[in-house]
Design a protein. Sequence first.
Length: 498
Amino acid sequence: MLDFTDRATLPDAPREFGFWSDGSWRKGRAMFERRSPGHGVAVTLTPKCTVDDLNAAVAAARRAFEDRRWAGLPGADRAAVLLRTADILRRRRDEIAYWEVLENGKPISQARGEIDHCIACFEVGAGAARLLHGDSFNSLGDNLFGMVLREPVGVVGLITPWNFPFLILCERIPFILASGCTVVVKPSEVTSATTLLLGEILSEAGAPDGVYNVVTGSGRTIGQALTEHPDVDMLSFTGSTSVGRSCVHAAADSNFKKLGLELGGKNPIIVFADSDLEDAADGAAFGISFNTGQCCVSSSRVIVERSVAREFEEILAAKMAKIVVGDPLQTKTQVGAITTDAQNSIILGYIDKGKAEGATLVAGGQALDLGGGQYIVPTLFSGVTPAMSIARDEIFGPVLSSFHFDTLEEAVSLANDTVYGLAASVWTKNIDKALVVTRRVRAGRFWVNTIMAGGPEMPLGGFKQSGWGREAGMYGVEEYTQVKSVHIEIGKRAHWIK
Ligand code: TXE
């Protein structure tokens, strides 16, 4: 029996999972072995599904949608399933966090906090299921009454990445299910375990068979086939901008499925001289180190007023040096392992490029060898100029670039000097500056004197090349609906042919 508490240890052998389709576990014909990025040992085996497995899952989701076993329920009944799911997640919190740590490499205390957030997502989703409604028009004259119905889009395909396997899933699933849609999920091949576990949890909570299905496997085969599937009505994709672009092509070339996209970010954090510099430095250190910077809303560019730049960077570097990097199963760890070998090489490559392009390394910069895992110390570069690759590209690792500005105009222009627009923050004690910057920076999520705060009541999503649409809250559930205009004649209709 595995122990999921603070004394958690590695499993003796990798745990084997099936895939989840039409309400039950199915056996995979070939398996993918996942090694813990923090420990280097095999921890899970998940199926390499075939396109036939995917087609069967889509067919199950289609049946479950068309016979109205889910969409036909009162919102209160869907809400009850979502609330029971939240209860089961509360009970199984430490176990889900454990598998998340072993496949992803994130620290156990962070993973547990994420599951708490997921529980909140299901509770907010339950509220959304009951509150979802359309509109009416009582202004069309005495002979006509108009209603706008919100109807579920249908079968949704959901493709998720490896950085927040369960959190990103739970920022979408409760809202997809609240709308009455059914879903086929394709998680990242390296972090599929917790997405699979949600199948049996939703089933225990009372979700009918076929409402939630998971097919595991590679992006190139299963992911691509899902994006091209003619019987999928909508696709929600979170991942790289390049695969996001291929989703747009696949949708156009198949059935014009509706798309929701959450893609990359290169998020600015603007620090004015009148801010509390300790607070801002703490926010910047957290913003770049949380989830080892493998986070779409990581604040990877700090834009600091020149008059305090040196002082600020000293405070920030001192804080970054105190961050506890290490074994993700230890509760004191703040920064765990880099999730994949490929990502580890990408991040180290950018650290080399930063040095080669002439930026000054102020903190970190080195990889750590901690007994079989792959770790990178949170890194700060100063003297970064807008043309450098560390200034422009989404590194997706704990590498922060510092820029300096003299005027508010310059700060806003540096902040907006990116193809992305996912998140941003500003630090100042001056309300006028805070509001001007909030209005002028183009980003879907914005924080003033804080960072990464918020809950599933608030919408998530990006401007510019960071994506299309919004997830979570009432905005999120509405994305999974389409509106129908209904016109009702009152009394006798005037005849066209007299
Ligand atoms: O992402 P991919 P990767 C960025 C980050 C990172 C880079 C590459 O910069 O360095 O992307 O990461 C599935 N059709 N982000 O390669 O490939 C894949 O199996 C359909 C930012 O892991 O986009 C997985 O389930 N699906 C991002 C999902 O897409 C395909 C989070 C994401 O993988 C597919 C992750 C295809 N052709 C990476 N190819 C963020 N901003 O949150 C792959 N997939």
